[in-house]
Structure formats: C-alpha cells, structure tokens
Design a binder for this molecule. Structure first.
Ligand code: ZN
Length: 317
C-alpha cells in the first residue's frame, strides 16, 4: 500500500512539470485518490495484533499458558533420535475432521502401544485401525500413516523412519516435502511447522477464517488459502502461535464469534462471554455493537467503514 501511494505521487509530480495548470488538477485528483486508498488499507495490514492477542489472552489465559509449555517442550525436543516432527505429523493427521478429545485419545493409544514409529510400522494395519477408531475414518487414516512410514523407511533405508531432516530445510522446502504425502494439506503442514518445528506459521482453520472475515481482517470472499497468505504476512511472528490457538479456542466458545452464533462449547452458565473483539458504542441511548477492526490509526475511518457496510448490530441493553 505505502509503495503504491509513493508511486502515484511520483507520477503526479511528472505530470505537473509537463502540463502546467492542467497538470495541477491532475496532481490534486491523483493525490485525492492516493489519500482515499490509504484510508482504506487492507485491514490485515493495519490491525493492532498485540491488542487483539492480549484481549483474547485475558479471556482465555489457559491457552497462552499451554503455549509456554509447548515452547519449552519444543526447545528440549530437538536432540538426536527425536521423533517430534513425525509425532506432530501423525497427531495432526488424526486431528482432521474430529474433536480434539478424540484425536488426542487416538494418538495416545498409538504412543501407548508402540514405543516408536518403527514398532508401529511392524504391526498390522488392523491393529492400528483399532487403536485410532475413536477418531473416525480409521481405514483411511491407517492407510495414510502406513504410506507415510513406509515411504520414509524406504527412502531412508532405515526401519526407524524420521522427519527430523526437515529441520535443515527452509519453510518453502518443508511445505514441498510434506506436501508429497496424502492427507497432508496446506493447513496440516502449517500446523506441523508451527507446533512441531517452532516455525513462524499462522495456520488458518475454519475458526480462524470465520473470525478473520467477521473482523474484516480479510475480505468476505476470502478462502482459507488466500487468508493464510494474507495473515501470515500481517500477523507478527512472535504472536502467531498464541493468536492461532486463541482464535481456535475463542471460535468454539464465544456466541458472537462461533459459527451461526452457536458455540461448540458455550459457557457452562449459559451467559455469553464478553467478546474482546467486539466494540460497543452507545448511539442515541441504545447500546450497539460495531465491528472492531482494532486498527492502530484512523479510528474515525473505522467507524465510517463499520457504518457504511451495515455491520452495526443492535444489542440488548
Ligand atoms: Zn468473540
């Protein structure tokens, strides 16, 4: 955006020199356009991510505490013989299309039964299928786990398959390498990189995408892929793990931010949480919610934008 504005001004300057008065008008017009553009930056670029993250962290402190442990575990786990990345790949594969509880149980069953992934590879598919049945899609998942372990084992000429070699690769190389395996799509790979390799990644799942659209960090037509591209650039690296986990948690418990305003896990007392992503304003004695973009600058512009797009909701007082 800044670059664009600069170019426009530059071109305006050239016009002025060449065309005199007519050029002046052109400059004014162009400047106006440039200012207008700058007032409406792509939201993701101007969001106060620190404020968003700390607002959510105040509401869900258990999420950020768990991440402190996670980072600690990651630091300790990079030694020789580690299976952290393979663990992360398989646990993430098990987490697709099921609840956290069921995928944790399935992964726990595997690690309890097998001391290593080579033990798993030596067992039968029926065994593995039985162990992960709780997560659903057991046959497909078992096929994919075996295909992954068999491929790595053959390539490494070892019966102890490992993915630790990914640590020496760039982010793009890791994405390409993991993308070879069935069942590992961009979101799964992004999760593996964030949670298994401590890379600066911001995975976009269904909750992250929904809230990003609601807050207008991305456009309403954004896909998971386009939102991933935009948010990975916009969200500061240091906040990526916390903000990702906070949005996933928040999307499951907040009435305002859940799909269809029906949280998967509503508060036990039935009282909706006070959403830190919403801003309430009293207009004419009535409390209304305006979509909060939490931008660092141009507060006035925000109000206008929220109003213009009809995103002002009435709230009970
Ligand atoms: Zn919310």
């Amino acid at each position: 955006m800044k670059k664009e504005g600069g170019n426009t001004a530059g071109r305006g300057g050239a016009v002025k020199k060449e065309n005199g008065k007519a050029g002046d008008k052109a400059v004014k017009r162009k400047k106006k356009v440039a200012v207008k553009k700058e007032k409406r930056p792509a939201a993701a670029e101007s969001v106060d991510w620190e404020a968003v993250t700390s607002g959510l962290a105040n509401l869900h402190p258990e999420v950020t505490s768990r991440n402190v442990e996670r980072r600690d575990e990651l630091l300790k786990s990079c030694g020789a013989g580690s299976s952290v990345i393979l663990d992360a790949v398989i646990s993430t594969m098990l987490s697709q299309n099921t609840t956290d509880k069921n995928s944790r149980e399935a992964f726990g069953n595997l690690t309890e039964r097998f001391k290593s992934w080579s033990d798993c590879l030596k067992s039968s598919k029926e065994d593995v299928e039985g162990l992960i049945r709780v997560a659903g899609l057991a046959t497909t998942r078992t096929e994919r786990i075996f295909a992954l372990l068999e491929t790595l084992s053959a390539e490494q000429k070892s019966d102890a398959p490992s993915l630790e070699y990914l640590r020496d690769m760039s982010n793009d190389e890791v994405k390409k390498e993991l993308g070879r395996f069935k069942g590992l799509g961009p979101k799964t790979i992004s999760c593996v990189m964030l949670f298994g390799m401590a890379r600066d990644e911001f995975p976009v799942d269904t909750h992250v995408l929904r809230i990003a659209k609601l807050q207008r960090w991305v456009g309403s037509g954004a896909t998971r892929e386009s939102a991933y591209d935009a948010l990975n650039v916009a969200v500061p690296d240091a906040l990526k793990m916390d903000l990702h986990c906070l949005l996933v948690k928040h999307g499951k418990v907040c009435h305002r931010c859940a799909a269809n305003n029906k949280p998967q896990f509503p508060p036990a007392d039935g009282v909706p949480l006070v959403c830190p992503l919403a801003v309430n304003k009293v207009v004419g004695g009535v409390k209304k919610e305006v979509v909060s973009l939490m931008v660092k600058v141009e507060k006035e512009g925000d109000g206008k934008r929220a109003k213009a797009s009809g995103k002002v909701k009435k709230e009970e007082q």
